[in-house]
Design a protein around this ligand. Structure first.
Ligand code: ADP
Ligand code: ZN
Ligand code: ZN
Length: 729
């Protein structure tokens, strides 16, 4: 007996597709890319048809029928479908979970979403312009809103992103006739785009090169120091794509960076710009996804997951701050959005542009070997030379809460001169350890090989690895001693110390504890720009893309922490962070100053970075990577395992190693316990595969994973495969 079968990707942790009986459903309805409801186990699931129905022998097997077809037209076009299948293959991940990751939640759950709903922009009316200078002091929110809109036009959604809580002010301004809606479709007379600034000579040369590239896929690395006008290049290329009727996808590494970027695109190109990130509601994301698919949007600005947004008329893909580690997803489907952007551009036959002040070593290597074109912007637009970078040798310094005297004096000097100061420390909390002065006990996390971090505010001890929280003990649990002292510094402690040292100056902390609430970051950034905040203390949040015009000083409080990171990428990250922090300084005409606190002022890599800059530093690191056979000179895949019982993960990995197919050119390293062996109550270990040939590595993975799935030991614990791992822990 024959049967018509259809292959469906069903969200389940299994690396395979599932066949269903197509029954008498018309093949024209079961086209690849259409969502279907199918029985799965004892439940129903929404899956995606991956291949057209085919005639097959039932072979006595009782295939279950498709319950319902959810789309009249394929929701995923051929390109996105092929991309998802490629991702499942390359990352050796269950295909159903890949499709689920590509779809916004409402669509994933089987819902229907209308693209529709054109956006209008808001613009100042003549009355609004007249009212602005006379607004009373108590109308601060209204004034800020009108000033923000300025002589341009912005959508309500972008305004709400860059000025959270401006909803009421927008309503009032509309009621009073100070703001009006304007349609901002291409060619609409009501929308005047901002006039682009004339390009600098360097920018013009770069743009000219980019515009003379052949049609189709090209990959370009745009290495440009912070403030050199990379974004302006993105805008010009976007303008060109839009003129040709094409769409542009722009990726940014962080939610916090998308609003400003979306704002810049919207001011220039009008309402057919939308952002896509996890800070938006599911409904908004789904609508943007559908609008991009329908070709109703010209520009989508988004974070990692936006790489899966469908494009009806693709024209250009931009990856801003391409070196950023957050492009790599660290759990579940461990994809790199930067790498996928390139794959997608290649398949769509459109140019890809990667921008950064501190390109990833992988990208520099690709440029050096000719896979990418390498363009550079060496000068800042506002012609200030880069900041002076000095080192404070901590060995000889008395410290106040980790702050040396030269550093404090520099802050004082810059504040007195009207500048703003940024202090960078990549450690949240008050102190990274709580120590008993009598017996040396240090508060441990009961579930991890880690110390509990002391937080103030609502005082507590918090594990940064598993989230375990306890009250702060009053006495030592070991010796009953009562002298428990915080050791070391976190951002909270630095914030306190600076408030005491600089009374009357507004100090604000920027880290994920402080910026938890949506919109908090945008609100604080506004206060930095207005000059209300004088001193910024923060983690990597501050090292990324934000534009602080008045910043004249940056201090990096603990360089050593990064010099001795255990990961092979730690040094690269250190160089990128220091360069990015330094790049925030002195943008508006003055060169500014940077001080680095370290106990290793003679560290050779630190010297190279300071004396010869990031390009020379990256070159030195690349030589090291070559000598050690590390990426980009080799390709890695990591098999991670974790189990509640000690030894189980190692045992599984030893069996896994035995099961490794005889493969030439693939080397297995380990297994070895993870850097932090116990986390959240699980013992973790890993086994690494390495090869100079990507193809050989993937061939080995293919047959190996099938064997791993059959290993009984593997069923009793959690394991995962990480292709091109970001971190090895
Ligand atoms: P990057 O992305 O390289 O950090 P941006 O594109 O954000 O640099 O440019 C930095 C600042 O300089 C921005 O405020 C931008 O508006 C401005 N800018 C960029 N290009 C020009 C130009 N050609 N003329 C005047 N201002 C410019
Ligand atoms: Zn004690
Ligand atoms: Zn813990």
């Amino acid at each position: 007996m024959g049967v018509r079968l259809v292959s469906v990707a069903v969200p389940a942790p299994l690396r395979r597709l599932f066949d269903y009986d197509a029954g008498d459903l018309d093949s024209a309805r079961l086209r690849p890319g259409v969502r279907v409801r199918v029985p799965f186990g004892r439940r129903e699931q929404v899956g995606v048809v991956v291949e057209a129905p085919r005639e097959a022998e039932a072979g006595g097997f009782d295939y279950r029928p498709v319950t319902a077809v959810l789309d009249d037209e394929p929701l995923l076009d051929a390109e996105l479908l092929a991309l998802c299948r490629w991702v499942a293959d390359y990352y050796h991940h269950p295909p159903g979970e890949v499709f689920a990751a590509a779809l916004p939640a409402p669509l994933r759950k089987g819902g229907a979403v209308q693209a529709g709903a054109k956006q209008n922009l808001l613009r100042l009316t003549a009355e609004g312009t007249a009212a602005l200078p006379n607004l009373p002091a108590r109308s601060a929110a209204l004034r800020a809103l009108l000033e923000k809109v300025g002589d341009g036009a912005l959508s309500r959604s972008t305004l709400l992103e860059v000025m959270p809580k401006s909803g009421a002010a927008i309503r009032r301004a509309l009621e009073r006739g100070w703001l009006e809606h304007v349609a901002a479709e291409p060619g609409a007379a009501s929308f005047t785009a901002e006039t682009p600034p004339p390009l600098s000579a360097e920018q013009a040369a770069v743009l000219h090169e980019l515009q003379s590239l052949p049609e189709g896929y090209t990959a370009t690395l745009l290495e440009g120091v912070t403030g050199s006008g990379k974004t302006e290049i993105y805008l010009r290329l976007t303008a060109q794509a839009l003129e040709r009727g094409r769409q542009v996808l722009v990726l940014a590494p962080e939610i916090g960076l998308t609003p400003q970027l979306a704002e810049r695109f919207e001011r220039r190109f009008g309402a057919r710009v939308a952002s896509y990130h996890s800070g938006l509601s599911d409904a908004e994301r789904a609508r943007t996804w559908m609008r991009a698919r329908a070709g109703e949007l010209d520009v989508v600005v988004g974070t990692r997951s936006a790489v899966f947004v469908p494009l009806a008329r693709p024209g250009l893909i931009v990856v801003d701050e391409e070196h950023d580690g957050s492009y790599k997803q660290q759990e579940g489907l461990r994809y790199s959005a930067r790498d996928l952007a390139l794959i997608r551009a290649q398949r769509l036959k459109v140019p890809a542009l990667l921008g950064s002040a501190t390109p990833a070593l992988e990208s520099l290597h690709n440029a050096a070997t000719g896979r990418y074109r390498h363009l550079r912007l060496r000068q800042r637009v506002f012609a200030a030379a880069g900041p002076r970078i000095g080192v404070v040798d901590m060995r000889a310094q008395p410290l106040q809460h980790g702050l040396s005297r030269p550093l404090l004096e520099a802050v004082e000097r810059h504040l007195a001169a009207g500048g703003q100061a940024l202090l960078f420390l990549n450690r949240r909390g008050y102190a990274p350890a709580l120590l008993c002065h009598d017996c040396g006990w240090v508060a441990p996390c009961p579930h991890c090989d880690a110390r509990m971090v002391l937080h103030r505010g609502r005082p507590r001890l918090l594990c940064h690895h598993c989230g375990h929280v306890t009250p702060v003990p009053l006495t030592c649990p070991d010796c009953d001693g009562s002298e428990l002292v915080p050791v070391g510094q976190g951002t909270e402690r630095i914030e306190d110390a600076l408030r005491l040292r600089f009374p009357g100056q507004r100090v604000e902390r920027f880290d994920s504890d402080r910026l938890g609430r949506a919109g908090e970051l945008q609100r604080l950034l506004d206060d930095v720009r207005s000059g209300a905040i004088r001193i910024l203390v923060g983690t990597q949040v501050l090292a990324k893309g934000h534009d602080f015009a008045g910043l004249s000083f940056a201090g990096v409080l603990d360089v050593d922490q990064a010099l001795y990171g255990s990961d092979f990428r730690a040094m690269e990250r250190m160089g990128q962070q220091l360069t990015q922090v330094a790049g925030r300084v002195g943008r508006a005409g003055q060169p500014g100053e940077v001080l680095l606190q370290t106990h290793q002022p003679q560290h050779p890599m630190l010297r190279v970075l300071i004396e010869r800059g990031y390009p020379a530093f990256a070159e030195a690191l690349l030589r090291e990577r070559r000598d050690f056979g590390l990426p980009p000179f080799a390709h890695l895949a990591l098999l991670r395992a974790e189990a509640p019982q000690e030894g189980e993960a190692m045992h599984f990995l030893q069996e896994a190693r035995q099961a490794l197919p005889e493969a030439t050119g693939v080397e297995a390293l380990g297994p070895a316990p993870a850097g932090m062996q116990r986390r959240a109550g699980h013992f973790r270990a890993q086994l690494m595969l390495r090869s100079t040939s990507r193809a050989a590595l993937h061939r080995a993975l293919d047959s190996w994973i099938t064997r791993l799935e059959a290993l009984p030991a593997g069923r009793r614990l959690r394991w995962s495969i990480d292709v091109d791992p970001g971190d090895l822990f």
